[in-house]
Design a protein around this ligand. Structure first.
Ligand code: AMP
Ligand code: MN
Length: 228
């Protein structure tokens, strides 16, 4: 790991290191990873895409990162994550302790069940490897059409009507996946804090429009129900 990666890791607040997280022996652990690559491709031949970042549309309709629960009595965090990636993406991705970015307690678990710690990994691949992940995950991966409805790329640019990243961020995410995405964009310098702030401000506006849109389709559905 480079010195700068170590430094940016230290700056994150309220988060656990891999060792601190593993010290909780009666916690459940889940691991997820952000796979990404550089790209020189451009949208409409003029907007730089810069990075291909992979997320997925999950079975529950939420956006998240590939990964899942780890059986810590039988496998290391990284072995478990590799197993999950094999199921969800359909091919082996090597993950090491060096790719561990941070861990934190997942909010909202019931007091009776063991606490859940979510670990987050970041792994940079070559663009061709990312494309291979996309091809295989949509064809032979075991979980395709089951736990995983499809892989999606995160748009980092902003289109003319303030679409792009801001619209993407206004969707619904599992757990703290949105925080993990935003944190990683900042910590790896994939986007400036200024651009990210602008996108997030626009996301809040999009969110308000979405609420209005949902109310309109609900009214439509209620009218239909009254007629039948
Ligand atoms: P999975 O098997 O991928 O659904 O993940 C195992 C557990 O981790 C589930 O209980 C999810 O609610 C939770 N989870 C999944 N993705 C995330 C995420 N990005 N952040 C926090 N929790 C997550
Ligand atoms: Mn999963």
């Amino acid at each position: 790991m480079s010195k700068s990666r170590k430094l940016v890791r230290k700056m994150a607040k309220g988060q656990l290191s891999r060792a601190e997280a593993l010290a909780c022996s009666d916690c459940r652990h889940a691991c997820h990873v952000m796979l990404y690559s550089d790209t020189k491709s451009q949208l409409f031949g003029r907007t730089p895409i810069k990075y291909i970042i992979l997320m997925q549309m999950r079975f529950d309709g939420l956006l998240g990162f590939p990964g899942g629960f780890i059986n810590t009595s039988q496998e290391s965090l990284e072995e478990g994550l590799i197993r999950e990636l094999q199921e969800e993406l359909g091919l082996p991705i090597s993950i090491s302790e060096n790719d561990h970015m941070d861990a934190c307690y997942a909010p909202g678990t019931s007091p009776s069940s063991p606490r859940l710690i979510t670990h987050f990994y970041v792994k940079k691949l070559m663009e061709e490897e990312i494309r291979e992940v996309e091809r295989v995950s949509a064809s032979t991966a075991k979980d395709h059409g089951q736990e995983v409805l499809g892989m999606v790329r995160v748009p980092l640019y902003t289109t003319k009507g303030d679409g792009g990243l801001s619209s993407f961020l206004s969707h619904a995410f599992i757990g703290n996946a949105r925080t993990q995405l935003v944190n990683t964009l900042l910590r790896l310098n994939l986007l400036s804090p200024k651009d990210l702030k602008k996108a997030l401000e626009n996301s809040l506006k999009t969110h308000a429009n979405t609420a209005a849109d949902l109310k309109a389709v609900l009214a439509l559905t209620e009218a239909e129900q009254d007629q039948s």
